[in-house]
Design a protein around this ligand. Sequence first.
Ligand code: ACO
Length: 331
Amino acid sequence: MVRSVIAGTGSYVPPKVVTNHDLSKLMDTSDEWIRTRSGIEERHFAEDGVSCSDLALEASKNALADAGMSPSEIDFILFATLSPDQNFPGGGCYLQAKLGIGPIGAMDIRNQCAGFLYALATADAFIRSGIYRKILVVGAEVHSSILDFTDRGRNMAVLFGDGAAAAVVTASEDSNRGILYSELHADGNYASCLQMKVWDISRKPYLSPETLTSAEIWPEMDGKTVFKHAVVQLTEIAENSIKRSGVKREDIKYVIPHQANQRINMMVAERLGFPQEKFLSNIQKYGNTSAASIPLLLDQTHRSGKLERGDLLLLMGFGSGFTWASILLRW
Ligand code: ACO
């Protein structure tokens, strides 16, 4: 049976570090407020002129090097992002051109913080159906260009960071490795809880003078509702993934959760009865990088030497949409 295995991972964050203290000079916030509410200490922001696909390119090169592959060996690109270079074409097209591997297929996945897992599950389906054998799966975001760094936007501006990460997913006959199980969910009834309406380009008037001066050009979030649903849905999807896949809870070596808020992840760990050290985190240094957060943490865990072949990992994320997803895999 063909399995989808992660043959290599890579990540890239822009060099500029922005601390909580730096943000407190721009808006009415404090290091203490941000740390205690979210666990975040600092994040990376792209310099002016750097786009989402620029970050994705560096992460992809690192993932390809880790897999020992050249770009020309890739036969499909899946690009997860909520902050593409342009409304259209998709970020995957820009990345494909930058890697110089046209005309292979490139597809964007617009599922926010669950985007990388939606992309990984799609790659798994392509591989197991025999359509493709070597897929580059990328999550990348430049959030800093669309955050409102005034008091009005402080509830969101302090949470997000920029970054990119990628995985090379390949077909394998090795039954001891690979993606075992995935679950994907969405509930569009909660779209307004976390949204950025200016990119709803189909509703007229587009960029009217009123729109340009309204709060709608900035992302909006009902933080308490997001928090509550994230805890409930992540707990439930983890329980269901364990039960439906038939794996033993105690065999899971690490949970690699989306890094939205350390308090969300600690609450989920507690509800699942998992020791906190099984729930990995790097939110302290990167903030919430949406589609990049899970592969960024996965890449850092891999490179730190914590993972051994066959380790059972649970990846899961929750975000705007609402969308949420999980993947169980053997490393
Ligand atoms: N600094 C200081 N004060 C702030 C800030 C800030 N950056 N932001 C908000 N406040 C104030 C509010 O104005 C409010 O003041 P008030 O009581 O005078 O009205 C007070 O702090 C409390 O605000 P709340 O929103 O009630 O704060 P809460 O304890 O809920 O924490 C937070 C806010 C951190 C956003 C929390 O709700 C949360 O983490 N929610 C989940 C958000 C999330 O994870 N989003 C992303 C996930 S999805 C994705 O990744 C795309």
